[in-house]
Design a protein around this ligand. Structure first.
Ligand SMILES: [Zn+2]
Length: 117
């Protein structure tokens, strides 16, 4: 992090073309950010996506953190599709799906909250 740029996902070299430094350090992201954009997925995406059965439409959110980094992730199905640009969203770890052997595959999701956490 020679130039101070925060980025995600982690890499081994800074993506800033004016820097390309190879000294990268991990930093904590805030738990919440602001919903900068979203889209609604109304049809099951192709594999490797594992849809709910029966398929339920869900939202994909783009959340901007106060370090300027934007991260894309799904919104839990139970939240619904009524999202508001500019509203606070918290990051949570949740199951994406279960493998054939029952093992949960987990990742991040974004959920609207009344206040940033
Ligand atoms: Zn850099």
């Amino acid at each position: 992090m020679v130039c101070g740029l925060a980025f995600f996902p982690r890499g081994f070299r800074c993506p800033n073309p004016a820097c390309f430094g190879d000294e990268v350090e991990d930093v904590r992201f805030p738990r919440s950010g602001i919903l900068s954009s979203f889209t609604v997925v109304r049809y099951p995406p192709p594999p490797p996506f594992v849809p709910t059965d029966p398929f339920e439409a869900f939202a994909i959110a783009e959340v901007e953190f106060d370090n300027g980094v934007q991260v894309i992730g799904p919104v839990p199905v139970e939240v619904g599709l009524d999202l508001t640009i500019g509203s606070p969203m918290k990051t949570e770890i949740d199951a994406y799906y279960k493998n054939d052997d029952g093992t949960e595959v987990v990742g991040w999701k974004f959920r609207p909250v009344a206040e940033p956490v």
